[in-house]
Each structure stands twice: as C-alpha cells, then as structure tokens.
Unconditional design. Structure first.
Length: 399
C-alpha cells in the first residue's frame, strides 16, 4: 500500500511538473530551458527531461537562439501552435456553430447549421452532423471537443439536466459524444463557457474576476471569481434567464410566468421585428428584408443602424429589463466588470446603455459607479473560444 501510494505521488508530481513547464512556455511565447527553470523553481534536469517529452509529442519546438549573456546563446523553446486542434461548439443560438481552433486560438475552419426550431432527438442529430464536419476538417491531432450548451448542467458528469429551448432533459451528452468520436469531451453551461472564453482570450484577461451575461435565444450569467469558474453548489450559478422580472407576465417555456427570457431574447426580438414590419409599411426593415419571414438578427441590426425608431425602442426595452438582472448581480457579487455577450450584444450601445442606466437605478450609487458594463470583446465567437478554453484548461492546464 505504501509503495503504491508513493508511486502514485511520483506520477502526480511528474504530471504537475509537465503541466507547469508547458504552461510557462505557452505563457512566455519563447523562453529558454534555463529561464523555465528559474520561473518554475524546478531543477534544470527536470526541465530538460520534460522538454524532451514535450518535443517528442510535437507540442514544443526549438525555435532559435536567444541573446547571449556572456556564454553560449540559449536555445529558445516555443509551443507548436498547430500541433493540436481543438473542436469548439456553440449550441446556444438559432444556429449550432463550431470551429476547429489551434492552441493559440486561431480559427482554422468554421461550420454553422440552422436549428430551425428542432429540439429533442432532432437537435442531437444536428450536433452529430456538426461535429462530423469539424472532425473531418481537422488537419492535426484533435485534443478534444469542448461544448457550451444552454440550460442547467452537471459539468462533472457531462449531463444536460434541463435545456428548455432544446427540450433536453438528463441528456448524457458527454458520454454520447465521447463514445461516438473517441475523444475527450468537456461540456458546461453556455454562459459559463462564455465567461471562460472572455477571461482567457478576450480583453478581460487582466482581471481576476468577471461576469459575462450572455443574451441570445436564452439568457445566463457566467461568473469567474479569482480566475476560476464559479458553478454554484448545484452547478446552476448565474441561471438568471428564469428569474421573474414581470409580475403577471407571459408564461415561459420553463412553466413559470414573467421570466427574464419572456421579455429578452433574440427569438423574441425577431418576433417583434416581424410584427413591426407587418403593421408599419414605413419601417426601415422593409429595406433589408422582402418579407417578415426573412427577418433575422442581422436584418434587425441593419434596420437598427439605419435608425428605425421602433426597432431601437424594442432593443432599448430589452436593455432595461436586462439591467434589472444585472443590478441584482452587482448587488450580490460586487464584481466590478460585467460584459454583455451573445447575439444581442451586436447592438452594442443600443443595448448596453439602457442596461447601465437601469443598473444605476437599482443599486447603491457607490457600487454602480465602481461597476463597468461593457460589450464582450469576442463577439459572436465567445462561446466557440470558451469551449476551446475549457479544453485547454482540462487537457493542458493552460487556463
């Protein structure tokens, strides 16, 4: 028993050292073995033997010489960006989207498939179709599959406990994909994945804590505290889309009434824009769509930019409702940066400014003045990059 425990500890130590050395090379871009040893406080023999393994695995390469400090110039090491490919999947919008991404976040190949109101088994088959195309497009060994999905998740088990918009309940999505593709699979709630993506690849990397409110077909908040995703005791932290914001409001798909998602979503905005187009022949929507059936978020965005007053009012109203939820997050968490992501974030100030105004109305002035509400830097790719970050964190320890 003692020998077994000692052997396990040595294996764990070796794995930890390998992760630490690889992360150091990744973070520095180019670095010598001696500098790796200085940064990590590991011995030079440990660094040298581990670097040999990383080179043999194709993850690291020698890329030239550094400046001499009086002796032989050091050989610099760098991560081979294209040595592994990541599959990042976004299941949270009206189109299932994915990409093949290298280790530095460069997108190699994209794919998108419209959901067209499919749910249940039909939506699952669409996921398979998407992953089939992406795995076929990868030209390097695939590190794994990362997925951001709407709904309540058990990320440890990879089970979608309940995704109202997709009609999934207790779906073992991770196991289904792992068995089909024989790859590591990591799944988390779309808002949590979005927060990890913005924290890892976006403009918020210098922060230790961050909230990303993702607004698309559904709404949720991803919370990063001290560099770590906060899931909550039941893995449902940030599930703000089904908090009631309208008394005696409309019935939500979850069964409650007046939920935030009944007054704010891309699906609702499209429905409202179609109604505007039908009742108002002067609407600027007519310039960008021949018929209401052709209206989508991009068409609405064009009409918004052109100054359509009804469209602008619809977006601002959604911003005000969203601001109520953001105010609650600020009051509870006191995290000083809130980033708005998802498809509706494309309206930028038209959505974010009403959010700011409503947030200031509902929280203490000191807290409000210390809180910044911004548009997430990664745009509509935030979930794809977040899914890639999920892989980098779990498989290579890079986040």
């Amino acid at each position: 028993m003692i020998a077994s425990a000692t052997k396990a500890t040595r294996a764990q130590t070796k794995s930890h050292n390998k992760t630490l050395i690889f992360k150091t090379i990744y973070d520095h871009g180019q670095i010598s073995r001696a500098d790796v040893a200085r940064v990590t406080h590991l011995t030079r023999p440990t660094v040298s033997s581990t670097v040999v393994e990383l080179i043999e695995e194709g993850l690291v390469a020698e890329v030239g010489q550094g400046p001499s400090e009086g002796g032989k110039p050091p050989i610099l090491l760098s991560v081979v960006e294209d040595s592994r490919h990541l599959i990042g999947i976004d299941l949270a919008n009206s189109e299932f989207r994915g990409a093949v991404i290298d280790l530095r976040g460069k997108i190699i190949h994209r794919c998108g498939l419209p959901v067209d109101e499919r749910d249940g088994e039909a939506a699952l088959q669409l996921v398979y179709q998407l992953v089939d195309e992406l795995t076929a497009a990868a030209t390097s060994p695939i590190l794994g599959i990362g997925i951001g999905t709407p709904g309540l998740m058990n990320p440890e088990a990879g089970v979608v406990r309940k995704a109202v918009n997709l009609d999934w309940q207790d779906l073992p999505l991770r196991d289904l994909l792992a068995e089909r593709y024989r790859l590591p699979v990591y799944i988390a709630n779309d808002s949590q994945v979005a927060a990890l993506g913005e924290f890892t690849f976006g403009c918020s990397r210098q922060l230790s804590s961050l909230v990303v409110v993702k607004v698309g077909r559904g709404i949720g908040a991803g919370i990063v505290i001290d560099g770590q995703l906060f899931y909550g005791d039941g893995n449902g932290a940030g599930e703000i889309g089904h908090i009631r914001v309208v008394e005696n409001g409309e019935v939500c798909r979850c069964g409650n009434t007046g939920c935030l998602e009944t007054v704010v979503s891309s699906r609702l905005l499209i429905s409202q824009a179609k109604e505007i187009m039908q009742r108002n022949p002067q609407s600027l929507l007519h310039q960008f769509a021949a018929a209401p059936a052709e209206v989508n978020t991009s068409v609405i965005l064009q009409a918004f930019a052109a100054g359509d007053p009804d469209v602008r009012q619809a977006v601002a109203t959604m911003g005000r409702y969203l601001g109520i939820a953001v105010a609650n997050l600020v009051g509870i968490l006191n995290i000083k940066q809130i980033a708005i992501g998802g498809s509706l974030a494309r309206f930028e100030a038209g959505l974010v400014e009403p959010v700011r105004q409503e947030m200031h109305r509902h929280v203490q002035p000191t807290q409000a003045n210390e809180t910044t509400v911004v548009v997430a830097n990664l745009g509509t790719d935030i979930l794809i990059f977040g899914a890639a970050a999920l892989l980098l964190a779990n498989e290579l320890g890079l986040v």
